[in-house]
Design a protein. Structure first.
Length: 306
């Protein structure tokens, strides 16, 4: 038995975005959020279900997973392999955009329902040693969550270091599946949750069609190209950012120069990453998502190079 890599965007979408096997996503969400009893999710509808993609239409495919439960709460689940510029702002943008999408003319505020974002990160992003962090809007005096329409929850995979014989909770078994399934040859003995067992079955390469495997491999290569372009851009942007910071510091004062230099450095870094990705002929949508630049800014880079 051989499993696909759940961290691959196409595999992730097929495993967790399958409306016919929605028990997988339900089990995963309840484990991450720690919801039990009255709060436990018992049913949901996947808003952008997995459809066997073809290479020709993969460019426009949405490879995150979005779902809604019977209470109207929207869940956005995303696998993020590489740390990119303005990644936290991008997460906030996704939540805000989803939140206001239900608001039509007439300011029908009661129609607004909570949005919960779950990011699975293949890099370290936040302080602290624990692999799961919860980010809520709290009253600083009472520590109560009075504004509860936005939540962010992050799984940082590098911080999860438990071996298979150390797994105890269902959450730990889910995280182990996401991080290590590609390296396994059998379903581990500890898998006693039916939904998690089904996830392993969906991840079995021998259950995939040749067309699905082609798209899976193609997207894996695209992701590798993107990571290479990002790394090249980081090196270029880092150097340009340092120089900008030094120049601004000389002209307008040391402190102001540092701040402006950091901002300009981030912008230059994003542009360098975009230029490298353009050179590799990666899709425009992927460049926008990776760098945070607008289509107009990326198009201007392309025109300038020409």
């Amino acid at each position: 038995m051989k499993f696909v890599n759940p961290k691959n965007d196409v595999a992730f979408k097929k495993i967790f975005g399958n409306q016919k096997k929605k028990e997988i996503l339900i089990s995963f969400l309840n484990a991450v959020l720690g919801w039990q009893g009255d709060k436990e999710i018992v049913d949901l509808h996947i808003l952008n279900p997995y459809l066997s993609p073809k290479l020709s239409r993969l460019k426009t495919s949405l490879l995150d997973v979005r779902a809604k439960d019977k209470r109207g709460t929207t869940f956005i689940i995303e696998m993020q392999m590489e740390k990119v510029t303005y990644v936290r702002k991008r997460f906030a943008y996704y939540v805000a955009k989803s939140y206001i999408s239900r608001l039509e003319r007439g300011h029908q505020y009661p129609r607004l329902r909570p949005v919960i974002f779950i990011g699975i990160l293949d890099f370290n992003e936040f302080d602290g040693e624990h692999y799961l962090t919860h980010h809520l809007i709290l009253n600083t005096e009472t520590q109560k969550q009075n504004l509860n329409d936005f939540e962010f929850h992050f799984l940082e995979l590098p911080k999860f270091t438990k071996e298979v014989n150390q797994l105890q909770t269902l959450l730990e078994k889910w995280v182990y599946f996401i991080k290590h399934a590609e390296d396994l040859e059998v379903i581990p003995d500890h898998v006693n949750d039916p939904a998690l067992h089904t996830a392993y079955e969906v991840a079995n390469r021998f259950r995939w069609t040749p067309g699905e495997l082609d798209v899976y491999e193609y997207w894996g290569m695209k992701a590798q190209d993107a990571r290479g372009a990002i790394e090249e851009g980081r090196l270029e942007g880092r150097e340009e950012g340092r120089e900008e910071g030094r120049e601004e510091g000389r002209e307008e004062g040391r402190e102001e120069g540092r701040e402006e230099g950091r901002e300009e450095g981030e912008q230059q870094k994003a542009k360098a990453i975009a230029a490298s990705m353009l050179a590799k002929r990666l899709e425009l949508a992927l460049i926008v998502e990776t760098t945070g630049l607008t289509v107009e800014e990326i198009t201007a880079l392309s025109t300038a190079e020409a």
